[in-house]
Design a binder for this molecule. Structure first.
Ligand SMILES: [Zn+2]
Length: 78
């Protein structure tokens, strides 16, 4: 038995810095972020995707609010 079969990973999305790689041979999903590799699965990928989207929306909202909010909170209390 030769279990040394080479797994041919497929890049689903991304670029050199950040990408999602899928291995059809064993069904492995990986997220490559720079030097980090996170093993994941379809469910986690969907979860991560929605969490990231939510974070983007929240961040945009917070950044939109910033100019409208004077530095009262950052200023002195009295
Ligand atoms: Zn594989």
């Amino acid at each position: 038995m030769n279990s040394n079969k080479r797994h041919k990973k497929v890049c689903l999305s991304g670029n050199d810095e950040c990408r999602v790689v899928f291995c059809p041979d064993c069904g492995t999903l990986e997220i490559n972020l720079g030097e980090h590799t996170v093993r994941t699965n379809t469910e986690s990928l969907h979860l991560l995707s929605s969490v990231l989207n939510h974070a983007k929306v929240q961040l945009a909202q917070m950044q939109n609010k910033l100019p409208a909010t004077p530095s009262m909170r950052l200023g002195r209390v009295h």
